[in-house]
Write a new protein. Structure first.
Lengths: 656, 341
């Protein structure tokens, strides 16, 4: 049981090293898909190397070699990221340097440093991604790190004991963590900005080739969630506006640099929809809103002349905002010349047949509105097919699509429609965004997935202003009502089809999304403002630092008291076994003759008794001998309970 | 009851620029604690008032780590990072409680330092008790000089620990205080207490010298007449004690894996010997004391009756362990002021 404190005993066990390697490997795993793959590979290699040398013995690189290796790795990271300031670069560097540190990890102190590095990697992972699905992983890693601390402090600790110790400590810490989470004052803004991530996730970009949106159709990732305060718009009006594209080079549509011109005066028609949008961390700058948003929700967000909300920074964290939108507008003023020029521009050459078609339709149509109808009629009756996997288009892409393949996705139709409009001299633009949304009953909100990505068109009609026209809707009218997955399941990968075909699975997915929405809303987005709101709701009128401090101190003391009680709870003296109880009773009775000294066993006590009063020899000595036999002899298991009971009775009968 | 012996900890004897300051501070702290707690009468149950707890070096590093995590979490208003920070903060506080609890309620049942011969290593024998339901892990006892021993105490048990104590010279080794501490379970905090017990270890002179044992010829002449010289009578075996001559060890029994035993002989008719300090006139004081100690040990081993005459003190002839101790103690403390030669 006891262990001698020699340096050799501390170094003999490999257990702390294995734990150290395990928590570091956990840290590497958390970042495996974010850091460059070579960096993760190097880290894993270093772990394997360290373990191999520990088990089989073998050489470690010397100081010079390690320094050279460290320098090389720093240079490689610098070359790859061009900076060391930034989450991705910093994490990669931490990963590599901690891996090198592992090579010289021998004493408990080094192992502690490694656990600290693993905790730092965990912190970086939290800063990087906060999804609900990752939270258990983070918890697990924190648990492992604490377990490793226990093993480093006492190398003889078994894995089970270490995890039990760490788990108990962490569970007891949860109430305080919740308390601090709610009451610890947050900062209204950052005091030190580090670039978070240069990583773009899937989502709409600021360019569009006709096929690009189809790539999103198979993504089940949520783009954003919308909760309406009041009635929701009907399905055919659920157009969520993203980047508006003006420039066309024959293949690709592009955005123009943010259109900062003043808004043209216009009327909003129909219902005003009040709603709250919760955007996912898209690492893009688009803040999606229902068709025509009326205001910029935030000082960091710009509402451009083409009604797009653009944030100053890419969204590294989920964000929520309130918005009011209309789905119809009217503007009676004419379009200014610069805007008209920009939105009627076409490449100087190419697509001759489209130009000819536009000209012939233009001649027949009486007005701009009639022309729009004529083009839509042409698409409706021309044998066009809505598909996710259209053929590749040639150099005159629009001609090729309109007159040869006639198979396309929303991007093809929007693109062709706008080109025909511009060829006929009507200002038109492509709008990308999302159409539709899945109603999630568990959280009463609409979930808009990446697969809902869509492209449509807007044309300028004199006297009406910009009007939304969705050419896809005439080719595949059911797209307005249903999601893309319902529409063309044959084009989707098997996994998406399977998910969609099973109602049970679908319900599960919806519930999972509701849990995610709750997580994002209440945990991830818990910031300075939400904290103030919460405190006001808790009855703190004007939450100031002092009242907060008092409340917090009180709660902390309460928690400490509970913890002290819980930790000390096991101190109740255990109820001794029946034999000990009977013996204690006997000793109490005999204490009148002579009290038993703590060091005396039953036989020595008997001797002391007889020395004091020889006449008790016959009455007491057999009892003491019996006790010694029952306690220290070899009992027959069958009769032991009976024997003890007999002994107890004999003690009870004894009178002096 | 397990007995644990400690190897002397290889103290980090590196010179440190602040060592002098740290020593002065430690001495001050020791005096303060002594005043605050008073001296202890064993057995002692460790209660809250006398336990001290501070973060270890690892604990301080952990705190710094938590602070950095807090800064990062606040800077990015990152909820998960903040929650992680708060969770680990709570964890550290729980660990502090557990560490404190690990020591609180431990019983110091006994602390003794049996007498030893000079130039050997004695021991401070501690008996720790745990009458609670919890297991007390990794308790560390250490002397101010640096010897350290570690032990786990299961619920409702006692355990004896031995802290090595060097005994270079005859006289008294005083132990004014020793420390009981623990950093269990995570090594982030260390709780400790100082136990102030006045323990003195008596160090007998090193038994050395090969002068023949004097015979009190005046009183023994008649007795020797009817008992042949060297006619020792087998008396039995007894356990080995420090100072016994290797010649008397029953090596054959030892080879049969029996414990180290010493053959005792009683002389058919006990001789009476008086060891007189004054008779060893040619030697210096310490050598004389060593020779006297050698004679006392040998005479006791042979079961002879012996007495001791020192300047200003006389011990009447007798035999037995208590007599042996009385003689050796007189030699140990001969001409000492306050325990030191």
């Amino acid at each position: 049981m006891a262990e001698v404190a020699t340096p050799a005993a501390a170094g003999a066990s490999l257990r702390p090293l294995v734990w150290t390697c395990a928590v570091f490997a956990g840290g590497v795993l958390l970042h495996a898909d974010r850091v460059p793959s070579w960096a993760a590979a190097v880290a894993v290699l270093l772990i394997v190397w360290r373990l191999l040398t520990a088990y089989r013995g073998g050489g470690y690189p010397g100081v010079a070699a390690r320094a050279l290796l460290a320098l090389t790795l720093v240079v490689i990271v610098l070359l790859r990221f061009h900076t060391l300031n930034g989450l991705a670069a910093g994490t990669t560097l931490l990963l590599l340097m901690a891996g090198l540190k592992l090579l010289e990890t021998r004493a408990a102190r080094d192992q502690f440093v490694m656990v600290a590095a693993a905790l730092f990697l965990l912190l970086a992972a939290c800063l990087d991604r906060q999804e609900l699905v990752r939270a258990p992983l983070y918890g697990l890693q924190a648990w492992l790190c604490c377990g490793a601390l226990a093993v480093i402090a006492a190398p003889a600790t078994s894995a089970r004991a270490a995890l039990a110790l760490a788990g108990r400590g962490l569970l007891l810490a949860v109430p305080l963590a919740l308390l601090l989470f709610v009451f610890f004052p947050r900062l209204p803004g950052a005091f030190w900005a580090i670039p978070r991530s240069d990583l773009a996730l899937s989502g709409l970009s600021d360019t569009m080739t006709p096929g690009s949106i189809g790539l999103l159709a198979t993504s089940y990732e949520p783009a954003f969630r919308v909760q309406f305060d009041g009635p929701a718009p009907p399905p055919q009006e659920r157009y969520w506006r993203g980047p508006v594209l003006h420039e066309f080079d024959g293949q690709t549509w592009r955005r123009i640099p943010a259109d900062l011109r003043a808004h043209r005066p216009r009327e909003h028609l129909g219902t005003a929809y009040h709603y709250r949008v919760q955007l996912e961390a898209s690492h893009q700058r688009w803040w999606f809103a229902l068709d025509t948003p009326t205001q910029a929700p935030d000082a960091r967000v710009l509402l451009t002349a083409d009604d797009v909300l653009i944030g100053a920074e890419p969204l590294a964290d989920p964000v929520s905002f309130d918005q009011i939108s209309y789905t119809h507008t009217r503007s009676s003023q004419p379009l200014d010349a610069a805007a008209r020029r920009q939105d009627t521009a076409l490449p100087p050459s190419g697509n001759p047949r489209a130009h000819a078609l536009a000209a012939s339709l233009r001649e027949r149509a009486g007005s701009d509105a009639a022309l729009v109808e004529a083009v839509l009629d042409y698409l409706r009756s021309g044998g066009f097919v809505y598909s996710l996997e259209p053929e590749r288009l040639g150099s005159d892409a629009i001609d090729d699509f309109l007159f040869r393949t006639r198979v396309g996705f929303c991007g093809h139709y929007a693109s062709a429609f706008v080109v025909l409009m511009r060829a006929a001299g009507i200002p038109a633009r492509v709008v990308t965004g999302y159409l539709g949304g899945e109603w999630i009953p568990y959280g009463s909100y609409f979930l808009v997935r990446q697969s809902e990505a869509h492209a449509w068109a807007e044309v300028w009609l004199e006297g009406r202003g910009w009007a939304r026209v969705d050419p896809t809707a005439v080719v595949a009218p059911e797209r307005l009502e249903r999601g893309i997955l319902d529409l063309i399941p044959q084009d989707l990968p098997a996994r998406a089809r399977l998910l969609h075909a099973s109602p049970w699975l679908n319900e599960l997915l919806q519930r999972w999304d509701a849990a995610n929405a709750w997580w994002t809303n209440h945990v991830v987005s818990f910031d300075f403002e939400t904290q103030l709101n919460l405190l006001e709701r808790l009855g703190i009128r004007s939450p100031d630092a002092r009242s907060l401090g008092w409340a917090f101190m009180l709660a902390l003391c309460l928690w400490l008291a509970v913890i002290a009680w819980h930790v000390g709870r096991s101190i109740r003296p255990a109820r001794p076994d029946p034999l000990s109880r009977a013996y204690a009773r006997l000793c109490r009775k005999l204490a009148r003759i002579v009290p038993r000294a703590p060091h005396e066993g039953p036989l020595a006590f008997g001797a002391a008794l007889i020395a004091k009063r020889p006449e008790v020899r016959t009455s007491v000595l057999p009892l003491l001998e019996r006790y010694a036999e029952l306690r220290y002899g070899c009992p027959s298991p069958g009769t032991r309970a009976l024997d003890i009971e007999q002994f107890r009775r004999a003690v009870a009968r004894l009178s002096l | 009851m397990d007995v644990t012996r400690a190897a002397t900890a290889s103290g980090s004897a590196r010179w440190h620029p602040l060592a002098g300051l740290a020593n002065a501070l430690n001495a001050r702290m020791a005096r303060w604690m002594r005043r605050r707690q008073g001296s202890d009468r064993l057995p002692v149950t460790l209660e809250r008032r006398r336990l001290y707890i501070l973060p270890t070096r690892a604990g301080l590093a952990f705190t710094a780590l938590l602070f950095l995590m807090l800064l990062a979490g606040l800077n990015y208003a990152n909820s998960l990072a903040l929650f992680l920070t708060f969770l680990l903060t709570g964890f550290a506080l729980v660990v502090m409680q557990q560490c404190h609890r690990n020591l609180l309620g431990t019983e110091v049942v006994a602390a003794i330092a049996p007498a030893v011969f000079a130039r050997s290593t004695g021991a401070l024998q501690l008996t720790l008790g745990n009458s609670d339901d919890i297991q007390r892990m990794r308790l560390e006892a250490r002397l101010p000089q640096g010897a350290l021993v570690r032990a786990d105490l299961a619920a409702h048990t006692q355990q004896r620990l031995e802290l090595p104590l060097a005994a270079p010279r005859r006289g008294l080794v005083r132990i004014e205080r020793w420390r009981l501490s623990t950093a269990h379970p995570f090594g982030l905090f260390r709780a400790w207490t100082w136990v102030h017990t006045e323990i003195t270890m008596l160090v007998y002179p090193h038994p050395h010298g090969n002068l023949p044992m004097p015979v009190d010829s005046a009183r023994n002449a008649g007795v020797r007449a009817h008992a042949g010289a060297g006619a020792d009578e087998w008396a039995g075996l007894r356990p080995f004690r420090d100072g016994d001559s290797p010649r008397q060890v029953d090596w054959k029994a030892y080879a049969r894996e029996a414990p180290l035993l010493v053959k005792e002989y009683v002389q058919a008719a006990s001789e009476l010997r008086i060891f007189d300090y004054a008779q060893l006139g040619a030697l210096d004081q310490e050598t004389r004391l060593s020779q006297l100690a050698r004679w006392v040990v040998d005479a006791e081993a042979h079961g002879e009756r012996y007495g001791l005459t020192l300047p200003g003190a006389q011990i009447a002839p007798d035999r037995g362990p208590e007599h042996r101790h009385r003689c050796l103690a007189a030699l140990a403390l001969f001409a000492l002021e306050r325990g030191q030669p």
